[in-house]
Design a protein around this ligand. Structure first.
Ligand code: ADE
Length: 225
């Protein structure tokens, strides 16, 4: 079973994304073993402070190395981790291929970034992979960690109701997903494409493929390069 340990200074921020829908069900069914750790539990500081002033007069507080070292030493002392990830806009941009890669691992740590950064020695000596979820800046890495966990957990066998559905996702073969419709067949004069009502599976498949291809060509031509 995939185990993910998320390290954060704001564990409450992850309660909701990890407590609903597919992730909640995957946890309850034993498909993923997801743990959220409060970094403040791992410092010897009597005020539970995990940050300090930056050397060199830079404005803003920086996460100290001591609590991060302690928790990573604690976790890696119990099992071998495939990747120790840090969420940061400096990282490699996250994509479906990376989600697929991570979903095949056994044990992952995700250290959530912090708006003014963390002592760089953590990144030099403890982190194995830095991931950005896009070229924009968040207030912290928690939302990025939630995005990564969500995209990885839904790929785990049994996490989604329909086993095949994750394979039909946009991006799985570098194509956007085709449109979907449900009842009624006509609403406000807007009709569903007739082929979907034809009952001809081969024709429906051909239509879906053609729609995928066409949507990718018009909306995301970069994916076809
Ligand atoms: N922390 C702040 N911004 C981020 C981003 N774009 N991706 C990952 N972590 C971040």
């Amino acid at each position: 079973m995939l185990r993910i340990d998320v390290i954060t200074v704001l564990p409450e921020l992850l309660e909701s994304p990890f407590g609903h829908s597919i992730i909640r069900r995957a946890r309850a069914k034993g498909i993923v073993d997801l743990h959220v750790h409060d970094l403040r539990d791992y410092t010897a500081d009597k005020h539970r402070r995990v940050d300090d002033y930056a050397f060199g007069g830079e404005a803003g507080m920086v996460i100290r190395i001591e609590p991060v070292f302690n928790i990573i030493r604690h976790l890696t002392g119990e099992r071998r981790y495939d990747e120790i990830i840090y969420t940061s806009p400096d990282g490699r941009q996250f994509c479906q291929k990376e989600a697929n890669y991570l979903s095949l691992k056994e044990n992952l740590i995700i250290l959530c970034g912090h708006y003014k950064g963390i002592d760089h020695r953590i990144r030099e000596h403890l982190i194995t992979r830095e991931i950005s979820i896009g070229d924009y800046v968040l207030t912290g890495g928690e939302l990025a960690a939630a995005v990564i966990c969500d995209s990885v957990i839904r790929l785990l066998p049994g996490a989604m109701g329909d086993e095949a559905s994750a394979l039909g996702d946009s991006f799985q073969d570098n194509l956007l997903a085709p449109p979907v419709y449900t009842r009624p067949e006509v609403f406000n004069g807007w009709a569903v494409p007739p082929v979907l009502l034809s009952g001809n599976t081969a024709e429906v498949e051909a239509w879906r493929w053609q729609q995928s291809e066409e949507r990718t060509r018009t909306l995301r031509p970069d994916l076809l390069e």
